[in-house]
Write a protein that binds this ligand. Structure first.
Ligand code: ADP
Ligand code: MG
Length: 248
């Protein structure tokens, strides 16, 4: 079973009205690796992540998570599968009316039978693991952008997911904070074997994190490979990205 990919897209297409966003897309992501998805704004990267957790359904094609076809699951099975997948949204998507710690505790309260004290303890541990030790009772509005991102990460990790989806982790962060977030992500992969799918515009970040890079353009994965392979690629879009080091 170890060679079952963590994620498989098989001829997936998705359109919104006349807008074709994914056009017959197929790829595998190996367990325990980091897959960086690149592409211009509006090409469908977030749409792709949303398909992985079943927030969107393909018009055609099939999606497998750890070998299970998610399009075939009933709502109960889909809920259970989602618990194995963490999602760090681009804006961190914290609930602003509850404390940082309770944001992390939220999914545990809903989905586990742990006692309140156990949940608080785990949430505090998750916060400490992302460098937010002692921030449990702060309100999200009191956090900086980088701290919000860390809190979002702690929340995504609350149930120890085997797959972590991260949408533009560097967006809005300074390069140093961005590097710290990258280190946290790489630690999850190397220490806990978490499969990472990271959408990014930030090439230095993709170089650090990515075992494999993929370029989404006009509905297709137009290139896929290691950082070295991307550096040597003749693809026009890949060249534009790889030569734009400073941006994002
Ligand atoms: N739920 C939706 N309904 C209609 N159009 C959508 C929806 N979600 C995304 N889109 C459109 O699909 C395209 C890809 O969006 P998105 O995946 O967010 O791009 P990005 O690559 O920047 O993450 C955009 O044109 C966007 O407007
Ligand atoms: Mg997006």
């Amino acid at each position: 079973m170890t060679d079952t990919p963590a994620i498989r897209f098989e001829r997936v297409s998705k359109a919104f009205g006349a807008l074709k966003v994914l056009d017959d897309v197929s790829f595998d992501i190996t367990r325990g690796t980091a897959f960086c998805l690149l592409g211009r704004s509006g090409t469908g990267k977030s749409v792709m992540l949303k398909h992985i957790i079943g927030l969107l359904k393909p018009d055609h094609g099939r999606i497998f998570i750890d070998g299970a076809e998610i399009t075939e699951l009933d709502s109960h099975e889909l809920t259970r599968l989602r618990l194995r997948i963490g999602f760090l949204f681009q804006n961190a998507a914290l609930f602003d009316s509850i404390s940082v710690g309770e944001n992390v505790a939220f999914t545990m309260r809903r989905n586990t039978k742990h006692s309140d004290s156990m949940i608080r303890e785990i949430a505090a541990q998750k916060l400490a693991a992302v460098g937010l030790d002692g921030q449990y009772d702060k309100m999200p509005s009191a956090l900086s952008g980088g701290m919000r991102k860390r809190a979002g990460l702690a929340r995504a990790l609350a149930l120890d997911p085997s797959i972590l989806l991260v949408d533009e982790p560097s967006a809005g962060l300074d390069p140093i904070t961005s590097r710290e977030i990258d280190s946290l992500l790489m630690g999850l992969k190397s220490n806990q074997g978490v499969t990472l799918v990271v959408v990014t515009h930030n090439i230095p970040s993709a170089r650090r994190i990515g075992d494999e890079l993929a370029m989404l353009h006009e509905g297709k994965i137009v290139a896929r490979g290691s950082v070295d392979e991307f550096d040597r690629s003749d693809d026009k879009m890949v060249k534009l990205f790889m030569q734009s080091e400073g941006s994002g």
